[in-house]
Write a protein that binds this ligand. Structure first.
Ligand code: TNX
Length: 527
């Protein structure tokens, strides 16, 4: 073996540096193809970044690359249009998330028709470098990358995660930190569950008591919180800078106790001016639930579900919903508004259908597309509305039969709030215990009977927060599973392999350790 070492050493000193072969680095999600070749490229103090093409987004990605490489290398890495050995090239053509990376002795070149593609290429490049690149102070090693070519593009156009900021409020800083992690895994939709029985978390100027009252508490009775519209804009911008679109959710007509505690008139009842009934749809009044003077609901800090409902038969409810959606739309550059619709156990079936259909119309009126939990497919869906599959395959089928797409979040696989096993310190287990291999080993395109790849918009991993109160809890539940689910949504089934993922996630674990992310050390992995 001494010969081998000497040989490697002499090659490295005369030719190109020793680098880990390109296909033995821990890239997650696994790219479409990796073709390693001999030799390697080294980032040095003379390296610089060249941008080919134009636009703010390109400049931002160039800046990120420099910012990401600078702390651990200690190199200046100037960014310019003139020259450089780290090249980001925006190529002409219809914008797609696809990118290519070519690595040779002389340079690294990432090309794509979109800035998003270059951003994803940059994330791949980082993961192909030694894990020490995650350090925030200078590490004295050779910053080498094995030569070769990577071609990559995502399986699904919607690759998401959801944060439930209603059960426990999540601070602006923690949301941003989560967005950073999402970006590094090439996820591109952040769904924010902004309201539930336990809290209303987004300022609505026309209905201020929603946050004054409805935002006060959270599960367990601790102090709640909410995002002002300025805070929210900051989240949307921070996410957009990382090519992540925010999907705001107002869960209704059930899961609405916080709103019902804020405004008495939204509760089932008839304490409205007489004329109001004229606007009701025939047969909408269920006299059993009429209450002449509805009281506001009490604030709720438990974790039961399915006990609340808006009055679906009063016009004030729709005035309210329209006001809320209108303000949300003004804050939402993305295409989707999530209207919830799950577990409305105390809404009469007909009332539920009437409500969901009317609310979709309001979303359409403001130029957006509705997403709702799979139950919404029991109503007539507006063309383009998306049903988020979490529990019932028959609901997913109803959506498909109506010609609508499905977002895959099967609770048994994609829920980040499920315990890993019975000893997990936090989490629920009503759907399943979900170990890392369970979140990895499934195929969205064959998971639900009758639902095929073409019916699927994408995959989303929801983090419900009944038992999750701080950043450490978020990290323990989301990592490493979010990385597995990111690969499920980005990489093709043919490319995915658990034994291979196990090796790569162990390398990712070293990166998380360096970045101070306290992930769950699954016994399934040799960390
Ligand atoms: C079911 S998933 C819910 C949520 C809970 C979650 C806990 C869904 C659409 N509804 O209200 O937070 O289970 O796992």
């Amino acid at each position: 073996w001494t010969f081998a070492v000497l040989a490697a050493f002499s090659i490295s000193s005369c030719q190109s540096p020793i680098a880990v072969k390109l296909d033995e680095t821990g890239i997650i999600p696994i790219p479409t193809s990796i073709a390693p070749s001999s030799g390697g490229f080294e980032i040095t103090s003379n390296s610089s970044i060249q941008l080919i093409g134009s636009g703010e987004d390109l400049a931002r990605v160039g800046g990120y690359l420099a910012d990401r490489l600078r702390p651990a290398t200690g190199y200046e890495l100037p960014v310019s249009a003139d020259n450089g050995d780290l090249i980001l090239e925006l190529t002409p053509g219809a914008a797609s998330e696809k990118y290519t990376i070519e690595i040779s002795d002389e340079h690294v070149k990432i090309s794509s028709t979109s800035a998003a593609g270059l951003y994803y290429g940059m994330q791949t490049l980082i993961k192909a470098l030694p894990v020490e690149i995650e350090n925030t102070s200078v590490v004295d090693i050779d910053w080498t990358i094995g030569n070769g070519k990577i071609e990559d593009q995502p399986e699904f156009s919607y690759r998401g995660s959801m944060l439930d900021v209603a059960r426990h409020f999540i601070s602006l800083e923690d949301v941003k930190h989560y967005i950073d992690q999402m970006g590094s895994l090439k996820l591109n939709y952040l769904h924010l569950h902004l309201s539930d029985d336990q809290g209303w978390r987004i300022e609505i100027k026309s209905w201020p008591k929603l946050t004054e009252i409805g935002g006060k508490t959270e599960v367990g009775g601790t102090e709640g919180g909410f995002y002002s519209q300025e805070d929210y804009k900051e989240i949307v911008k921070y996410a957009a800078d990382r090519f992540i679109t925010v999907v705001p959710e107002i869960d209704m007509p059930g899961h609405t106790n916080a709103a019902l505690a804020s405004y008495a008139e939204l509760n089932p009842g008839v304490n409205l001016p007489d004329g109001d009934f004229a606007t009701l749809k025939e047969g909408q009044i269920d006299f059993d639930i009429l209450d002449k003077n509805p009281q506001p609901a009490e604030l709720y800090t438990g974790i039961e579900v399915g006990f609340s409902t808006f009055a679906t038969n009063k016009e004030v409810t729709y005035t309210f919903v329209e006001d809320v959606i209108k303000e949300l739309v003004e804050l939402t550059p993305g295409p989707y508004i999530h209207i919830g619709g799950d577990e409305s156990h105390v809404t009469e079936k007909d009332d539920y259908i009437y409500f969901v259909e009317r609310v979709q119309e309001i979303v359409t009126k403001y130029g957006k597309t509705s997403i709702g939990w799979d139950e919404i497919a029991t109503a007539k869906l507006v063309p383009g509305s998306v049903a988020q599959f979490w529990a019932l395959e028959e609901n997913a089928m109803l959506a498909k039969e109506q010609g609508n797409q499905i977002l895959m979040s099967p609770a048994k696989r994609a829920y980040l709030d499920m315990q890993y096993d019975s000893t997990s310190r936090i989490g629920l287990h009503w759907a399943a215990y979900i170990e890392l291999d369970d979140s990895y080993n499934w195929d969205p395109a064959t998971y639900a009977d009758g639902i095929n790849k073409s019916d699927i918009l994408g995959v989303e991993a929801p983090l419900w927060t009944e038992t999750i109160t701080n950043r450490a809890d978020i990290e323990y539940m989301a990592f490493p599973r979010l990385a597995a689910l990111a690969e499920v949504s980005w990489s093709s089934t043919e490319r995915r392999n658990w034994d291979d993922f196990k090796k790569r996630i162990a390398m990712q674990g070293k990166r998380w350790d360096i970045s101070g992310i306290d992930f769950y050390r699954s016994p399934k992995v040799d960390w």
